[in-house]
Design a protein around this ligand. Structure first.
Ligand code: SF4
Length: 349
């Protein structure tokens, strides 16, 4: 494999003037309600059509890894669980994987702007060693193109089930002053590189973020770049997600969708999700959980109910259990997500 010389040429230039993330295939998922840029005091420069169109050829997407979440999708609801672990702590990672791996189809390692961790390839190797099936998030924020290519080559050599290719949310004000943000690429162009590397590429999308009318067609553009799975951000209600998937299908997207299920059982795990740009929770449901006599049981029940509603949407083949789940440590949080995963598999199948 020599992805450094596999030019996916035309769309690697043409960054939209004024985009702090130097995106060609914007908008990012962090556009503020009202259309403001996530990272600067001006409107997002991708609010108006036309949407950037993927025109370059890419290698045919590889077949799903046997037994992977994508391979299993369609035979019943699949569950991708976010890995929330103590950073730079292989023991914490192993303990969380051992709780979640037996009850989920894939484990999603994130890339957080304010919480760095081991390099993605090393995290994936640890997940595999602990018996899990990793889906690894790669963000363009923290790595230049060469380092992204190195990680892709490493992940391909490991044989991970998939890579979630994201542009990455901006580093917050005051977070690691002196650490630059790179953005040589955006998530769509990274998707093409991942596919060129022989990896199964997944992409995110944020249906509720402006410009909402343009976002369904972004899924089709990402599919043209090589994406085989779309992992959606939280949406305020299932009706909106139903409309989003239908419009994406009409725009030419045929790939399956995973819908985000918010897992929270206390104040902190709920508020963290509510603060995230591009992410919309049902506020009434959050308050019902937090004011319940047993918020843990209520949070688990709310997550299962949300999963049930989302899995009824045509095109949605599974759920992504996301969020902190609990403020009482990573292993307690993993146990909460595992409980949700088991109930989703048992009750919704
Ligand atoms: S909101 Fe995102 S895509 Fe839009 S201009 Fe800002 S950084 Fe770029």
């Amino acid at each position: 494999m020599d992805i450094g010389r596999q030019a996916v040429a035309p769309p690697f230039t043409g960054e939209r003037a004024g985009c702090p993330k130097r995106m060609v295939f914007g908008p990012c998922g962090g556009v503020r309600d009202g259309g403001g840029c996530e990272m600067a005091e001006h409107p997002c420069v991708f609010l108006d059509p036309p949407l950037p169109h993927w025109t370059a050829a890419v290698r045919t997407a590889p077949a799903p890894v046997p037994g992977s979440l994508l391979d299993s999708a369609g035979a019943g609801p699949v569950v991708l669980a976010d890995l929330s672990v103590r950073p730079f702590d292989a023991g914490s990672l192993r303990r969380v994987v051992q709780v979640l791996a037996p009850v989920s189809d894939g484990l999603l390692a994130g890339e957080h702007q304010n919480r760095p961790d081991f390099p993605p390839t090393m995290l994936a190797a640890e997940v595999l060693a602990a018996g899990g099936r990793p889906w690894t998030t790669l963000a363009c924020r923290d790595r230049n193109r060469q380092v992204l290519e190195q990680e892709l080559a490493g992940l391909a050599a490991l044989g991970v089930d998939g890579v979630l290719c994201v542009t990455g949310d901006g580093r917050g004000p005051g977070v690691r002053p002196g650490v630059s943000s790179v953005f040589d690429l955006d998530g769509t162009r990274l998707t093409a590189l991942a596919t060129e590397a022989g990896l199964t590429a997944a992409v995110p999308e944020s249906p509720d973020s402006p410009p909402q009318a343009l976002r369904p067609a972004r899924v089709a553009e990402k599919q043209r770049a090589g994406a085989q799975l779309c992992v959606l951000n939280h949406v305020g209600n299932p009706q909106r997600l139903t409309r989003f998937v239908a419009v994406a299908r009409a725009a030419g997207a045929t790939i399956p969708f995973l819908a985000a299920v918010a897992v929270y059982t206390d104040e902190r795990s709920a508020r963290v999700l509510q603060r995230f740009p591009g992410l919309h929770l049902d506020d009434a449901a959050v308050e019902r959980v937090l004011s319940a006599p047993d918020p843990v049981a209520a949070g688990i029940a709310a997550a299962v109910a949300e999963a049930r509603a989302l899995l009824a949407i045509p095109g949605v083949v599974g759920v992504n259990l996301s969020g902190l789940a609990s403020d009482r440590g990573e292993e307690t949080a993993a146990a909460v997500k595992a409980d949700v995963a088991v109930r989703v598999k048992d009750e919704v199948a």
